[in-house]
Design a protein around this ligand. Sequence first.
Ligand code: GL4
Length: 802
Amino acid sequence: MFSNKEMFTETFLQRLEMTCGKSFQESTKRDHYHTLGIMIREYVSSNWIKTNESYRAEKEKQVYYLSIEFLLGKLLRHNLLNLGIDDVVEEGLKELGIELSDLEEMEADAALGNGGLGRLAACFMDSLATLDLPGHGCGIRYKHGLFEQKIVDGYQVELPEQWLRHGHVWEVRKADLAVDVPFWGRVEAINNNGKLEFRHLEAETVMAVPYDLPVVGYQTDTVNTLRLWSAETTPYPINRDIMKYKRDTELISEFLYPDDTHDEGKILRLKQQYFLVSASIRSIVRSYRKQHASLIDFHKYVGLHINDTHPVLAIPELMRVLIDEEGMSWEDAWHITTNTISYTNHTTLAEALEKWPVRIFQPLLPRIFMIVNEINERFCQDLWTQYPGDWRKIEDMAIIAHDQVKMAHLAIVGSYSVNGVAAIHTEILKQREMNQFYQVFPEKFNNKTNGITHRRWLIKSNPKLTSLINEGIGTKWVNHPEHLKELQFFQQDSAFLEQLYEIKQDNKKSLAEKIKAKTGIVVDPLSIFDVQVKRLHAYKRQLLNVLHIMYLYNRLKEDSSFQMYPRTFLFGAKASPGYYYAKKIIKLINTIAEKINNDKTVSDKLKVVFLENYRVSLAEEIFPASDVSEQISTASKEASGTGNMKFMMNGALTLGTLDGANIEIKEHVGDDNIFIFGLTAEEVMNYYQYGGYTSVDYYHHDKRIRQVVDQLTNGYFGDLDNEFEPIHDSLLMENDQYFVLRDFSSYIEAQREVGKAYADQNRWLKMSLANIANSGFFSSDRTIQQYADDIWNISSVKGKVR
Ligand code: GL4
């Protein structure tokens, strides 16, 4: 049906009538979108079935990527591109008077994630399928994804997200594959001929129903599966208050927790975690059982990867299945489990390290708690043998201590691989945060620097740049992004650089139009588009950016001879609804924007725009139109960052600290093609450890700082009733935990360099080209190949799917 335009239009019209029960004349854009979606899903279904059949027939080892978040965004254009039918469809629809881009507007972003961690999982799905690797995703089908953000009077207001309102055309509900997940109740031990057996009695059972999405690789027949679980009531609950049972059950897959950098100590969150893990493992074991007589070789055929600690209950859950359901000994079960599970750590922020009070954990998951307890006791005994008498160390490292279950400790002890997400992050884990564990299990620790799929973040989102690259170096970079390096040959080619310039300008114009339409603010595409888009968090230091803008504004107002290249500062950020300080920063950005944008005396030099409801689909319009990529976190705090890679790939230059993957970006582009400033991670950590920083000294000794900090509270931006006092206090009274004032001067200096470099267009374009040319390393294809080779031990099945 997609082999040519004519076949496509014919089938499309037929299907439209069949699925929507309407004539073409009566039909709406939504009907068109829906029909096209169904056609595509139908088109992939035979390869989907064949992929699964071949995995079974070949007894391939398969990996399941367990993640509490998958930040997918829209799938229509992405699927068309991967299937190689985007042109046929676009042209065919045109014949019918339909614009494909209008249909894309109909699709809701699947926002089942918060930020980097969830988007990484989505990029990994794309790379796994594209590399023909047997790897699937397991997640939760939240009824409401990440909240929709509105800005009202400068403040963030959250609305429930409604992505399922019109259904989700890519999913297939598989009610027949539902599994039961038990909570609460009690455990009874039974002596069966001298062997203790455990039964979980009087549990409240939740039915987990899978919704499968096909994950289509780029120009390959491989179609993997992303299985999202939905919580439903079991048909015959016994002895219950039915309404309460229904509410409690459905709540499990109702909302995504809107924060990934905080440990949410809520029963519901723990329920979600066990729900995901238990449903996934039950269904994986069930299909495994059809192929294998026992689970004794399970680890040779199955890998379970846990994306941060949220799915760490996979460890005791697999132990439970092996012991209670398969009758294995503890030792056999432990051998299998610790050779099946691998774990990625995504943050060293203390507030994100999950800990569960025993008083919550034990009653909710009684059998799982017993197993965790046993794992802990055995681990502590081992430590005792290794460090006899060192109570202190054992207490620090225990999985359960002070009535808390420490999820990261469980993850390290129960897995065979622990990886960080950028070189510096892994070093910090090994040398500092997890050093005690590193000493006991050095062989488990390894680094896998994050990556992003260049298919979505370059080919799909920046088609003009993609064409230019293809004209320059052909298309082999598409399958082997490291070939982007060949773009370096065009460093001296002024015609090529000119085209690069034109493309960036076109993309900036489109974004400018969008900004005008959404906000009424007119921005000049000839100004520098200086962009910070990411979650709002103190450590990411949007505040440093704002203070710099205030400084520029002051200079322009006070000194008529002050020269600067015109700038447009763009922000996009959601603050977690309960994160008071982050919300204040949003209000601050909007407040200074209001004043600056309405001041005619600076309007040819400075504009500030806050883009509402930052999300995957908006990000796809922003990266191609950016000149400067703000990556200004306090060094040591951002584990990797992945936005930094998306900017780079689209030719924006990084202005950043030596944090996370910025360091590796610098190594790849070279010192001349990046702007680095601020404290190093080492310096930051030394300040934390030994002290020596007094923020008020910087306030007193630098009048630029004094001026902008005073302006937070002196009414300069309007009478706001001490609105920004908490920000002011964080800088002075609380000694500026994130070293904003410490790095201020160095940041201003780096920003000046940015302005200077941009003014020399030829120099800038060469720098921009160097960034694109060296971005191949940051493709998630490279990352996933490393996971496949070093951690999972799986290989390409290319050619096996027939
Ligand atoms: C994060 C990190 O904060 C971010 O630096 C990293 O790029 C991302 C993916 O590895 O993981 N960790 C948490 S928690 N949320 C993130 O986005």
